[in-house]
Design a binder for this molecule. Structure first.
Ligand code: TXA
Ligand code: MG
Length: 322
């Protein structure tokens, strides 16, 4: 921890665990250090990163917290909620890709909080994967993508939530979810009432600059099949017989017995979407390593299932209704 904190203070890169996914951290106040994050990930320069803080004093050094923001922080921090707020003057524009807003969150992971506190600076961290690839939920995943490109990894085991934080924009008139994630829209709704579940379609600039890029994509071709439990398994069995190459199925526990003859990874029960979220990126990476074509079951678009479906739809090159 001491070594990692020193690397951060000196402008280096440290990958660290959070409850959602692993982050690739650098001193948020150091524009040179931020540049290294973009280089290591191959991240487009117009996609801003999330700033991680360990307390309210640190938050106020990077962002302007409104009353609504304070209510949400009081209820959901530390945890998988990222808030888009007006940035402070002290925060370099390099950290926000030139925007006058900043995305901030306080992670709910001992190692992450210790790293921020020991460094004594807010830590900017996107997910610690090569840009466009599935997000990392273990230190091994980080190594697969970034070995040789970063200064250190803190290994905190497997991420407990497994999908990224929910990004909520508080700078628009109606609070707007820019990215569904670990905190459900249903939970947010209970606390602040009216929210938009998706950003309004704009012709010009997207509200969340990251949204226009391909994300979470495996190397294999990936087909997502959406429909009822029964229709899904019929359609997927038929597809698996018809398609050429090595097929791998991302399956629910309920349907797995029907795919016995096929290679697959089981995500979890259709009735336990948190389990599915936790296993999603790891299963996708493992299956990708041995398949030419991945066929994925769709899950219910509610609760944390919204985050799961958002990732699956972005990862897939083709979507089918069963
Ligand atoms: O769970 C997480 O959020 C993880 C862990 C490491 O904390 N981090 C993460 O970062 O997922 P990243 O960079 O992969 O995703 C950040 C998202 C992107 O979609 C980006 O466009 C959006 O947040 N974002 C960042 N700053 C923004 C801003 N000022 N306005 C709108 N969207 C912003
Ligand atoms: Mg990411």
């Amino acid at each position: 921890m001491e070594i990692a904190a020193e690397i951060i203070r000196e402008g280096g890169l440290v990958a660290f665990p959070t409850e959602t996914v692993y982050g690739l951290g650098a001193n948020a106040l150091n524009a040179e250090a931020i540049k290294k994050i973009y280089e290591a990930k191959g991240r487009p320069l117009d996609n801003p990163v999330i700033v991680h803080v360990a307390g309210m004093e640190m938050l106020e050094s990077v962002a302007v917290a409104t009353r609504r923001a304070r209510v949400l922080m009081g209820r959901f921090w530390p945890g998988p909620l990222t808030l888009v707020l007006k940035k402070s003057k002290a925060l370099p524009k390099a950290t926000t890709a030139g925007l006058d807003t900043v995305a901030v969150r306080m992670p709910r992971n001992r190692v992450a909080l210790d790293l921020i506190a020991s460094s004594g600076v807010p830590i900017a961290a996107p997910s610690a994967n090569i840009s466009g690839r599935p997000s990392p939920t273990s230190a091994q995943h980080v190594l697969q993508d970034l070995s040789g490109k970063i200064d250190a990894i803190l290994d905190g085991g497997t991420a407990s939530i497994g999908v990224e934080s929910t990004v909520l924009d508080l700078t628009s008139r109606v609070p707007t979810i820019l990215r569904p994630g670990g905190l459900t829209a249903e939970e947010l709704y209970k606390v602040i009432g009216r929210i938009r579940l998706t950003p309004p379609k704009t012709k010009g600039k997207p509200r969340s600059p990251g949204m226009k890029y391909r994300h979470y994509a495996p190397r294999a071709r990936m087909i997502l099949v959406e429909g009822s439990e029964e229709n899904l398994r019929r359609k997927i069995q038929a597809l698996a017989l018809r398609l050429k190459g090595k097929i791998g199925i991302l399956a629910s526990k309920e349907n797995a017995p029907y795919y016995r003859a096929q290679d697959m990874e089981i995500l979890g029960s259709r009735k336990n979407l948190s389990e599915v979220a936790r296993n999603l990126f790891g299963a996708l990476r493992r299956l990708d390593a041995r398949s030419d074509v991945i066929i994925a079951e769709g899950f219910e678009d509610v609760g944390i299932g919204r985050a799961v479906m958002n990732r699956l739809r972005k990862a897939a090159s083709k979507r089918i209704e069963a």
